[in-house]
Design a protein around this ligand. Structure first.
Ligand SMILES: C[S@@+](CC[C@H](N)C(=O)[O-])C[C@H]1O[C@@H](n2cnc3c(N)ncnc32)[C@H](O)[C@@H]1O
Length: 385
């Protein structure tokens, strides 16, 4: 996927005099190699590999080398991962020694970032993890009753309720986040395809993950999360909120990876992950839609669910972060189009470059298997500086 030496990137530069040269910028450092960005292959720190892998929709786990190959050509100390999702990009930047501010409007994404990005030293001992598996009254039986027969066996549902109840009693927020991250990971591993858009077990292919007990999955997940905890000597922060409402947060780099809008595919995070998102927020402030077979709740509003909404939101975000180095992950099958994106970014940054990255989605979308043309998507990294 990645060229051995150097790849010339497609270049769009707007020097229309409307740039920000006169302004006081946080990042004014031009790339070390002149104006053209190159993808310079370099190994990531071994720490990056300690982040527990997920199949989170749109995860950039496989593009970390490319993202760093671009980012490393600029000098910056602080980085915002504005749509953190699995958290893997923020974690990579933390591993590179940056001060990371991680943001997402999903409670589960916030929980991952709290446990492994903001948290720098706390882990959950084996005894603490084991204690979370012991029934201690009161247990609300919420999952056991509301989700009976949908995703897990009755025994597993009961155990999920025990762990949930015990997690609520954990006083330290970082330890609570580790435990909740582990519970979510266990749920994902025990769920064929790791999604909650269908009920029952029709995709159960007898994989080892599905055969392992829920308890073993949970304990293994605590271990993986513990392994990922480290101190990079910086004060990193996780925020749970709408990207459009982030105020007064200055940063050298802003990495923007919102849901890709396309009329042909689903970019609905809540629909896909409502059960584990429900766990993370304890179903507080959401209403289960009782008429749905999956017992999901309403999706959170986001401008990235329509073409015009996305264009307008990009414009606002680029304006807001005009003093930062802006990097945007984007794909060829999404809207606004590449040219429209360049135009929007060029309104706010004097230099705009587009770095194409070859990438195949790792799992089929709407029934299309990997290998079919629809999934041969071209990924881009837009850079505004
Ligand atoms: C493409 S994913 C990010 C993937 C992430 N970079 C990774 O590597 O895992 C998009 C994320 O945007 C989040 N999101 C969508 N709209 C949002 C909004 N208005 N504010 C904050 N987060 C939002 C979703 O919850 C989802 O986690």
């Amino acid at each position: 996927m990645f060229p051995m030496e150097v790849v010339q990137t497609k270049r769009y530069i707007s020097c229309n005099g409307k740039g920000r040269r006169g302004e006081d910028m946080i990042v004014t450092i031009p790339p070390k190699k002149g104006f053209n960005l190159h993808l310079l292959s370099q190994a990531l720190p071994p720490q990056v590999a300690k982040y527990p892998s997920t199949r989170y929709m749109g995860s950039k786990q496989k593009l970390l080398t490319e993202i760093w190959a671009v980012a490393s050509q600029f000098e910056f100390e602080t980085a915002i991962d504005l749509f953190s999702g699995s958290g893997v990009v923020g974690y990579m930047l933390k591993s590179q020694g940056k001060t990371v501010f991680s943001n997402d409007y999903m409670a589960m994404s916030y929980t991952f970032a709290k446990a492994m990005i903001e948290n720098s030293d706390l882990t959950l001992s084996q005894a603490e993890a084991m204690a979370l598996l012991e029934p201690v009254e009161p247990i609300d039986h919420f999952v056991e009753t509301r989700f009976q027969g949908l995703y897990y066996s009755d025994d597993d549902n009961r155990l999920i309720d025990i762990i949930r109840s015990n997690i609520k009693a954990v006083r330290n927020p970082c330890k609570r986040a580790i435990a909740m991250t582990a519970l979510i990971r266990a749920c994902l591993k025990k769920r064929p395809r790791g999604i909650f858009t269908y009920i029952g077990h029709r995709y159960d292919d007898g994989r080892k993950d599905l055969l392992m007990t829920f308890q073993a999955q949970f304990l293994e997940a605590v271990e993986s999360v513990n392994t990922a905890v480290f101190d990079n000597g910086r004060q990193n922060k996780a925020r749970h909120g709408d990207a459009m409402t982030l105020q007064n947060q200055e940063s050298g780099l802003v990495y923007i990876d919102p849901p890709y809008y396309s009329p042909l595919s689903d970019n609905e995070y809540v629909r896909r992950y409502h059960f584990i998102e429900g766990l993370a927020r304890d179903w507080q402030g959401v209403e289960i839609q009782e008429h749905t077979v999956t017992k999901k709740f309403k999706s959170y509003p986001t401008p990235f669910s329509s073409r015009n909404g996305a264009a307008d939101a990009f414009d606002k975000l680029f304006k807001h972060f005009r003093n930062s180095l802006i990097m945007v992950s984007y794909s060829s099958n999404s809207l606004p189009t590449l040219d429209e994106m360049v135009t929007i970014l060029a309104k706010h940054k004097p230099h705009v470059e587009v770095v194409p990255v070859n990438y195949k989605y790792s799992f089929g979308n709407q029934g299309n298997k990997v290998g079919k043309n629809k999934n041969d998507v071209q990924e881009y990294i837009f850079v505004g500086y």
